[in-house]
Design a protein around this ligand. Structure first.
Ligand code: PAF
Length: 279
């Protein structure tokens, strides 16, 4: 594994590689990230893995400063599992000048997570645009836990007509079904058991809809249950898998997405489900 820290050295090394699979991350690696490498290995032997804590996708300085950083541990893990290049750029390397995204973000980027995290997705797409231009991968792999992010990256690739195939990797969960996330490391031990309640309440919502409860009522039931468990809810909503809009009468492929805070730590999760008939 080559560890590369500057864009100029990266460009020299990319010259020798074809058919690249790119895995962009912000580090603090866990099984979820390692599962992305497994997906990448099915597609190509040339894997470029990036660790870059992107400052322009954070909404608060506090959140950026507190993002878990475990670089040496991450490097050791990646050496063991084996990727071709580990790219760890500095902020100046990625954004030598103030970034200016020409792509117009879809309206849906201001809903769900985007409603409270203003410009978060613009920050994500800006860094992804930069990494795609720099690395020109054939494939890029992202986890489904960040469902809205994944949707917006797919839209960006489609709208911009980029020759990159976006690969969706399933959410990896621990034995209790808690979705793995770097932010779980910020939870106090007493809150870790409560974290899985988000997944459980999303399930209750999906099952209620499947049992014929109206979507709005199912969302309310699940939200009330989550609040009882000590969660502060950002949103919990059923949307269409296809476009993330509120479901219309003929949408049968749905996803329930939720975000909330446990002792000031923001966690997200989602569950896809299908209803057999129209709503
Ligand atoms: O999901 C993440 O870790 C980040 O949002 C990403 C895609 C690496 C962009 O900074």
């Amino acid at each position: 594994m080559k560890i590369i820290k500057s864009t100029s050295v990266l460009i020299e090394n990319l010259d020798q590689l074809e058919n690249i699979s790119l895995i962009p991350t912000m580090g603090n690696l866990h099984e979820g990230h390692l599962s992305l490498i497994k997906e990448a290995k099915k597609l190509s032997e040339n894997i470029v893995f990036t660790i870059f804590i992107n400052p322009i996708q954070f909404n608060s300085k506090h959140d950026l400063e507190n993002y878990p950083r475990t670089l040496q541990q991450d490097i050791n893990l990646l050496k063991e599992i084996g990727v071709t290049i580990l790219f760890i750029p500095s902020v100046n390397d990625i954004f030598p000048v103030k970034p200016n995204l020409s792509y117009k973000m879809p309206i849906i980027s201001n809903e769900l997570c985007g409603k409270t995290r203003i410009d978060h997705f613009k920050g994500v797409i800006t860094v992804i645009d930069r990494l795609f231009k720099l690395i020109q991968p054939s494939y890029a792999i992202f986890g489904k836990k960040d469902y809205q992010q994944l949707y917006l990256i797919k839209r960006f690739v489609f709208d911009s007509k980029l020759p990159i195939k976006i690969i969706e990797a399933p959410t990896i969960r621990n034995i209790d079904k808690l979705a793995l996330s770097s932010r779980n490391n910020l939870l106090k031990t007493k809150d870790i058991n409560l974290a899985v309640e988000l997944y459980k309440k999303l399930n209750i919502c999906a099952e209620s809809v499947l049992n014929g409860v109206k979507i709005h009522d199912a969302e309310l039931i699940a939200k009330k249950e989550l609040v009882k468990e000590g969660w502060e809810i950002d949103y919990l909503e059923v949307r269409s898998q296809e476009n993330l809009k509120k479901p219309s009468y003929n949408d049968s492929k749905l996803v329930v997405l939720g975000a909330g805070f446990l002792a000031k730590v923001r966690l997200i999760d989602n569950i896809e489900f299908c209803i057999p008939t129209t709503i």
